[in-house]
Design a protein around this ligand. Structure first.
Ligand code: SAM
Ligand code: DTB
Ligand code: SF4
Length: 319
């Protein structure tokens, strides 16, 4: 492993990077990006909500929490065949990674989990990267997902340990770290990032990045979401985020975790094309495509292909 991959960044060091003059920050992020990645390539990922709404957790940003009246219609676990149709379509539209999300607090052994394993086997057969995000997971469940062909598991830390309790009260930071460790032990790659725009401070953003880069190995994939405000949730009326905060956070993530894919995840509809371009300059090299994220809208596949064309960038061909 190249020696410049570090897991011991101090909070002070990270804060200094985060607060660099923007041209210097972007320059350093570009150096890190180009040492490990092709700067014109972006991975296209597709999300599918395989079980929607009715979640017992109280994440203050989420349309799917049963604690809030958000208008999201609950849907039970999808059929395997329908999931495979969606995955095939995603692949035809250029996606190389397919991520299935379920609004569960945790995975329960039983027929629903067996069905998810079947979905994983099916998508893996399409030669796409397969990812799931199903809530908390035991080590033996992680092993079974690995055996079924799962490549990645998404489980976000969302924010700093200090701010976490302001956003979620039904679980603690340590629960998240434990699931991430279980995923790692099973040999599945880790997808772990956070959300900006929830009223957190720069210090919380630095604190999140500190936690992420202390994971050893680093998460292979780091999604940085910009809050999509959902009416009915406690964060439904949150103040709009300055897009440059996304740029600074992405650039810092790129410098701290140079070999990882950094994903400009939720919130692109709230960013101008110029802001998105700055996120790419800052080292983002992955996006979600397709009209819908899990429950909220996202730019269309066509508009994304057009945007990449206009920027002279291209979709990553194979994972
Ligand atoms: N229930 C699982 C869990 O919490 O791990 C998986 C699904 S959850 C929707 C995955 C991640 O999406 C969350 O951890 C959060 O970072 C992000 N997310 C959820 N709602 C969001 C929103 N309204 N805006 C931005 N990001 C959001
Ligand atoms: C992640 O960090 N972002 C994705 C994925 N991991 C599962 C989810 C974004 C959800 C946005 C809100 C919604 O559509 O409900
Ligand atoms: Fe449930 Fe995940 Fe939404 Fe939290 S983010 S309420 S755990 S679906």
């Amino acid at each position: 492993m190249p020696t410049n991959i570090r897991h011991d960044w101090s909070r002070d060091e990270i804060r200094k990077v985060f607060n660099l003059p923007l041209p210097e920050l972007i320059f350093q992020a570009q150096l890190a990006h180009r040492a490990f990645h092709k700067p014109e390539e972006v991975q296209l990922c597709r999300l599918l909500s395989i079980k929607t709404g009715g979640c017992p957790e109280d994440c203050a940003y989420c349309s799917q929490s049963a604690h809030y009246d958000t208008g999201v219609v609950r849907e039970p676990l999808m059929n395997v065949a329908d999931v495979l149709v969606a995955a095939r379509r995603a692949k035809a539209e250029g996606a190389t990674r397919f991520c299935m999300g379920a609004a569960w607090r945790q995975v329960s052994d039983g027929k629903d989990f067996e069905r998810v394993l079947e979905m994983v086997r099916g998508v893996a057969a399409f030669k796409m990267e397969v990812c799931c995000t199903l809530g908390m997971l035991t080590e033996s469940q992680a092993m079974r997902l690995k055996e079924a062909g799962l490549n990645a598991y998404n489980h976000n830390l969302d924010t700093s340990p200090e701010f976490y309790g302001e956003v979620i009260t039904t679980r603690v930071y340590g629960d998240r770290l434990e699931t991430i460790a279980n995923v790692r032990k099973a040999g599945i790659t880790v997808c772990c990032g956070g959300i900006l725009g929830m009223g957190e401070s720069d210090e919380d953003r630095v604190g999140l990045l500190e936690q992420l880069c202390h994971l050893d190995p680093h998460p292979e994939s780091v999604p940085i979401n910009m809050l999509v405000p959902n009416p009915g949730t406690p964060l439904g009326e949150a103040e709009e985020l300055d897009p440059l905060v996304m740029v600074r956070t992405i650039a810092t993530a790129r410098i701290l975790m140079p070999a990882s894919r950094v994903r400009l995840a939720a919130g692109r509809r709230g960013l101008s094309q110029e802001a998105v371009a700055l996120c790419f300059l800052a080292g983002a090299n992955s996006i979600f495509t397709g009209e819908r994220l899990l429950t909220t809208p996202n730019p269309s596949v066509d508009s994304d292909h057009r945007m990449l064309g206009e920027l002279g960038m291209k979709a990553m061909q194979s994972a």
